[in-house]
Design a protein around this ligand. Structure first.
Ligand code: PLP
Length: 219
């Protein structure tokens, strides 16, 4: 299947319910250009080095998402252009993003990554930590970040019921936190679902799906 056909098919399945983030990690620039020509404007990468290499080669209206664990000392390289950092997994990282955004006179949108999987390797906050962070008085000092939602990665399993339950729990947390009103918090985005589980994620209320291999083939 061509990249354009895959994107059309996924767009049809999404049916206006969510934003498609094309996950382009390890894929060469011509493939990104093909996705761009097929209408994709949101691209997700998990390595800073790849982001800074690819960003100048694509049209300026591409919205770049950082989707993988981000080291504090690398924030400065993506701060000039990144649209959304989906993988904020510590308060320390949030403070650094704010500092670097300030240097570039920007406000950088962030998602808090929540640990929902039954696995030990995934990064993220526990639900209780997210609640604490969103209520911490010091959050108001971070004037150059905006927390616009939550992100989660379900367990890598064939057990559909388990994946669905994990997404459902994240959606419940999202709904519970949405009423929070702070100057730099406006929870509108719930990023969940990848190639293997985006259809389930859409059914469970995802507003952003991150799809790589179903568009570009196996890595
Ligand atoms: C790689 C990756 C994806 C996409 O994975 P596919 O299975 O190829 O769709 C989505 N989200 C994150 C955080 C990733 O690292």
């Amino acid at each position: 299947m061509s990249i354009a056909t895959a994107i059309q098919q996924i767009d049809t399945q999404i049916a206006g319910r969510a934003t498609l983030v094309a996950v382009t990690k390890t894929k060469p620039v011509p493939m990104l250009q093909e996705a761009y020509e097929a209408g994709c404007r949101h691209f997700g990468e998990n390595r800073v080095q790849e982001l800074i290499e690819k960003q100048p080669l694509l049209p300026a209206d591409v919205r770049w998402h950082q989707i993988g664990h981000l080291q504090t000392n690398k924030v400065k390289y993506i701060a000039p252009f990144i649209s959304l950092i989906e993988s904020v997994d510590s308060e320390k990282l949030l403070v650094e993003i704010d500092k670097q955004a300030q240097r570039h006179n920007r406000v950088i949108d962030c998602l808090l990554q929540v640990f929902i999987a039954d696995e030990e390797t995934k990064f993220g906050f526990a639900p209780s930590e997210v609640i604490d962070l969103l209520q911490a008085p010091g959050l108001d000092d971070l004037t150059n970040i905006r927390i616009v939602g939550l992100m989660g990665i379900a367990t890598n399993t064939d057990d559909e019921a388990q994946v669905r339950e994990e997404f459902r729990e994240l959606k419940q947390l999202f709904d519970a936190l949405r009423p929070i009103e702070r100057p730099n918090v406006a929870l509108t985005e719930l990023s969940m679902g990848m190639s293997s589980d985006y259809l389930i994620a859409l059914e469970e209320g995802s507003t952003m799906v991150r799809v790589g291999s179903a568009i570009f083939g196996q890595r």
